[in-house]
Design a protein around this ligand. Structure first.
Ligand SMILES: [Zn+2]
Length: 70
């Protein structure tokens, strides 16, 4: 699970934790940006991590730097 989040972060995604859940925002973290909800519990099914990776790979806003938004 953390590997999937780390993978997303390496691609410029931003991780935000919200209780037991987290949310990943792509580099284009505006209205049009991609986001994906992440279940933060330790026992996350593998396919969920797979889902995250897929969302990251599918993001059309690849490596757009938007660091000011942090
Ligand atoms: Zn995106």
């Amino acid at each position: 699970m953390e590997a999937a989040v780390a993978y997303a972060e390496a691609k410029g995604w931003t991780w935000r934790k919200m209780g037991h859940w987290g949310r990943l925002f792509c580099a284009h973290a505006d209205r049009d940006g991609c986001r994906v909800g992440v279940n933060g519990t330790p026992r996350v099914p593998f396919h969920h991590a797979e889902q995250i990776r897929r969302a990251v790979d599918r993001c059309p806003h690849d490596r757009e730097s938007n660091d000011e938004d942090l």
